[in-house]
Every structure is written in structure tokens, then in C-alpha cells.
Ligand binder design. Structure first.
Ligand code: B1M
Length: 208
């Protein structure tokens, strides 16, 4: 589809204005938000990752592609978030300590909000203490995101910190992010793993 190709190309080129324009055109053409995200935006970021691995893209290219993606996401967000729903529970989400990737985490947060949860977004590079504070404030679930293999241990550290603080029984923990696996989730004692945003929303509904 022409609009999706345009979104894909604009994100690869890091063209923020072009991405916004193409996403708006796709919305106006009546394409579903999920299709715009999966086939246009997320597909482009996967290609950015591939080009980075091949040494064709460097950090600045990843950064401007991420900026373009965020401009598009801002237009998609109102379509995902239905404000008329009673909160089904409160969820704190954050990218773990040492990790600055926030697009996936933001997408998960938006989708959870769209599924009726109240969201406390702790941002990126979040140390275990911040998640402890959130647990103390009474959230039902904590969502941990990691995009780097090197920051996955921060997930385990966060769960251990919850145990040490005597809070583990009061809060569920869900984890996700590209390098994360269900086996890893089981090994570190998380309550669940989701591979993408929509499955994260389904999992949250079963956990809360
Ligand atoms: Co980074 N980066 N990056 N990067 N970056 C990756 C992750 C990488 C795979 C690229 C590659 O080599 N192919 C690689 C990691 C390798 C590894 O450890 N396995 C990598 C690297 C190496 C790095 C640096 C170390 C590069 C450097 O400096 N030399 C550096 C680290 C900085 C740091 O964090 N300390 C770095 C920096 C950056 C930028 C800042 C430039 C930028 C991030 C900008 C931003 O987020 N604001 C960036 C980007 C854009 C990427 C890629 C290209 C795209 C990530 C993305 O946004 N994807 C990425 C390559 C790739 O992923 N293929 C790459 C789109 C997003 C929608 O998907 O985040 O996977 P994703 O989220 C999905 C699922 O994973 C899941 O649902 C989401 C939606 O479906 N999910 C959850 C995510 N969190 C979840 C939580 C849940 C449940 C599901 O429950 C709570």
C-alpha cells in the first residue's frame, strides 16, 4: 500500500515531517492503526536495526529514525487510547537501568492505556529503587522493558530488589523487549513475558 511504503521510507530516511504526513495520510485513508504501526513503522525500525548491524547505519541514523518514528506514533496514540474506559488497574512501566530505548516501551504503555489501564510511565534508564517506589505507591503490575542484552540483568536486579523490600507478593511483574525470552522471564521469576504490545495488553489483563 502506497501510504505504508511512504511511512517505511520516511522513517528509514529519518524524515520527521514526511513521516507525520504519511502517517496522517494513512489514517485519513482509513488504514487500521495496527497495520500502520506493524507494516509501516515497526517494519522500518527493524530494517534500521538490520542496517546498523551491517554497518551501513550508525547511531545518528538510528537516532533520527527513532525521532521520525516518534512523530508518527504521536498521531497514532489518540487512536489507541480510548479515554472513556474505567481503569482496569494501574501499571508502572519503564525501560530498565542502563537502557535508553523507549519506543517499544512507549508503544506498550499506549496499548495498555488503550486496554483500560492507568499508566505510570517511569521513563528510561530506571533503577530498581524507582520501581520499588512505584510498587509502594500501590501499582498492580510493573512492566519492565529492555532492548539490550547487556541490560537484561537489570530486570533480574529489579525483581530481586522487590523481593528484598518485601513487596514481591503485592505486585505482578511482566517483562519484554527484543532480546527477552519467555525462558528468561521464568528464570528470573517474572510473572510473564510478552513479545509485543498487543500481547502485553492481553497478558496484563490475565495478571491483574
Ligand atoms: Co539501539 N540497539 N542502541 N538505539 N536500537 C538495538 C536494540 C540493536 C538490536 C541494534 C542492532 O544491533 N541490530 C542493538 C542491541 C543489540 C543487543 O544487545 N541485542 C542496539 C545497540 C547495540 C545500541 C547501542 C549500544 C549502540 C551504540 O551506542 N553503539 C546504544 C545503546 C544506548 C543505551 O540504551 N544505553 C543504542 C542506541 C540507540 C538509539 C538511542 C540511537 C535509538 C533509540 C532511540 C529511542 O528509543 N528513543 C536506537 C534504536 C532506534 C534501535 C533500533 C534500531 C530500533 C529499536 C526500536 O525502537 N524498535 C534497534 C534495532 C531493532 O530493534 N531491530 C536497536 C521498534 C520498537 C517498536 O520495537 O523496542 O523491540 P521494540 O519493542 C517491541 C517489543 O520488543 C515489545 O513490544 C514492542 C512493540 O511491539 N516490547 C515489550 C518492548 N518492551 C516491552 C515490554 C513489555 C512487553 C513487550 O512488557 C513490559
Amino acid at each position: 500500500m502506497e501510504q505504508l511504503t511512504q511511512i517505511y521510507d520516511c522513517i528509514l530516511e529519518g524524515d520527521m515531517a514526511g513521516t507525520s504526513e504519511a502517517v496522517q495520510a494513512a489514517i485519513d485513508a482509513g488504514l487500521p492503526a495496527g497495520q500502520i504501526m506493524n507494516e509501516g513503522m515497526i517494519a522500518a525500525m527493524a530494517e534500521v536495526g538490520r542496517l546498523f548491524e551491517e554497518g551501513e547505519y550508525f547511531v545518528p541514523e538510528m537516532l533520527i529514525a527513532a525521532r521520525a518514528m516518534k512523530a508518527g506514533l504521536a498521531l497514532i496514540q489518540p487512536l489507541l487510547v480510548d479515554s472513556g474506559i474505567e481503569p482496569a488497574g494501574k501499571i508502572a512501566v519503564g525501560t530498565v537501568k542502563g537502557d535508553l530505548h523507549d519506543i517499544g516501551k512507549n508503544l506498550v504503555a499506549m496499548t495498555l492505556e488503550g486496554a483500560g489501564f492507568e499508566i505510570l510511565d517511569l521513563g528510561t534508564d530506571v533503577p530498581p529503587e524507582k520501581f520499588i517506589e512505584a510498587a509502594k505507591s500501590g501499582v498492580d503490575l510493573i512492566g519492565l522493558s529492555a532492548l539490550l542484552a547487556t541490560t537484561m540483568p537489570s530486570m533480574e536486579a529489579t525483581i530481586k530488589a522487590l523481593v528484598a523490600a518485601g513487596l514481591r507478593d503485592q505486585v505482578k511483574v511482566m517483562i519484554g523487549g527484543a532480546p527477552v525470552t519467555p525462558e528468561y522471564a521464568a528464570r528470573i521469576g517474572a510473572d510473564g513475558y510478552a513479545p509485543d504490545a498487543s500481547q502485553a495488553a492481553n497478558l496484563a489483563k490475565t495478571l491483574v
